[in-house]
Design a protein around this ligand. Structure first.
Ligand code: SAH
Length: 359
């Protein structure tokens, strides 16, 4: 399309915010009310060809712009708890996962933010093949819209009410796209999700945690801790060498103070590695004074990694030991264990199967 500004040229249509769509409409000599029409369609995951209240010439022009598609190419429903794992195919053939979990308060979609991940955590399947690329804001929005389409709010369903950025990828390593996505999905003229219903999980990129307090102060910040000291944490999470535990905890405390929101610490329990009473004591002493909650997650075994989860009975014991030490803690419900619920597992298997099928 000719005459498009450099700023707009870099964006997929469904990554655009209302002011950018307005700029586009002005460029195309369209009336102002088109902006809201287009934005509303995009929030529903509808590409230009399906925007039925637009003149066909405009639909055709908009179809020439890049669009961040994310088509559901596989879905597996857990027989145990109804959790559904989706595999989304992006426009360049890359695959990302999403997991839909039903709770009493609504439906939560666990979203990926990158194709793969470059953080290199020792227990995580998403990072095994490195990071292929960042996801765009439009692609993340499209995942939400497609999942909503597959679980429509009509007919007793509730649609997608909550989102957690806890799929593959490190959201704060794809900061601008993630913050843009948060603005898109929470816009009342768009998808309209409440920012209080959104959680973002990070391995602890400290300076971006501080920016997030400005750019998205209403989301729930989750920090993957997984160890109570630098030696152990660095052996599990390479990022700890750049941002040691004391800095991560200080950033968490600042976030909690500035936003007034409790920070969630995720702690994956790995049998014989980080689940002893010494670890519990050390964890409690490091977290003292921070407005926080600890989410204990027995590790999902990842075959390639050879690490095992702590038995659930021990996980409950750790939760009560932490409570005795005045640290609020709970054990995360096990969801979708029969459908490779843990990050990266289904994507990896499908991508490998596809490779094998290629001549
Ligand atoms: N990069 C972000 C978000 C993605 S991972 C982060 O590090 O927080 C979401 C959570 O799942 C993180 O806490 C991550 O450490 C954890 N996780 C990864 N692999 C896991 C596994 N095999 N079992 C349990 N939790 C796992």
């Amino acid at each position: 399309m000719q005459g498009l500004s450099e700023r707009l040229e870099k964006l997929q249509l469904n990554s655009m915010e209302p002011d950018e769509i307005a700029e586009l409409m002005a460029l195309l000599s369209q009336p102002r009310f088109r902006t809201q029409q287009v934005f509303a369609w995009l929030a529903k995951g509808v590409a230009p060809a399906g925007m039925t209240n637009l003149p066909s010439s405009l639909r055709e022009t908009l179809s020439e712009l890049p669009y961040g598609s994310a088509d559901i190419c596989a879905a597996r429903r857990s027989q145990k708890d109804g959790t559904v794992k989706y595999l989304f195919e992006l426009c360049d053939g890359n695959l990302v996962e999403g997991v839909l979990m039903s709770y009493h308060y609504g439906n939560t979609l666990c979203l990926s933010t990158q194709v793969g991940c470059r953080m290199g955590c020792a227990f995580c399947a998403s990072t095994l093949d490195g990071c292929v690329r960042d996801m765009t804001a439009g692609e993340m929005l499209q995942c939400v819209a497609e999942a909503e389409r597959a679980n429509p709010p009509q007919g007793g369903g509730r649609g997608i009410t909550n989102a957690v950025l806890m799929g593959s990828g490190e959201p704060l390593d794809n900061y601008d796209n993630v913050v843009r996505f948060l603005r898109l999905v929470t816009s009342p003229d768009g998808f309209g999700m409440s920012s209080r219903n959104i959680s973002l999980s990070t391995c602890g990129i400290v300076d971006r945690i501080d920016s997030l307090a400005d750019d998205a102060p209403h989301v729930t910040l989750c920090i993957s801790l997984h160890a109570p000291n630098d030696e152990l944490r660095s052996s599990l999470m390479p990022i700890n060498k750049k941002y040691p535990l004391s800095e991560v905890l200080a950033a968490a405390a600042r976030y909690a103070e500035r936003t007034g929101r409790r920070v969630i610490f995720e702690y994956a329990l790995i049998r014989g590695v980080n689940d002893g009473i010494v670890h519990v004591r050390e964890l409690a002493s490091r977290l003292k004074g921070i407005n926080c909650h600890v989410n204990l997650i027995p590790l999902n075994r990842v075959e390639e990694r050879g690490l095992d989860g702590t038995p659930r009975a021990r996980a409950y014991e750790i939760a009560s030991q932490l409570a005795d030490m005045r640290i609020s803690a709970s054990v995360r419900r096990e969801m979708g264990s029969d459908i490779e619920g843990a990050c990266g597992q289904l994507r990896r298997r499908t991508a490998h199967e596809r490779l094998e099928r290629k001549p």
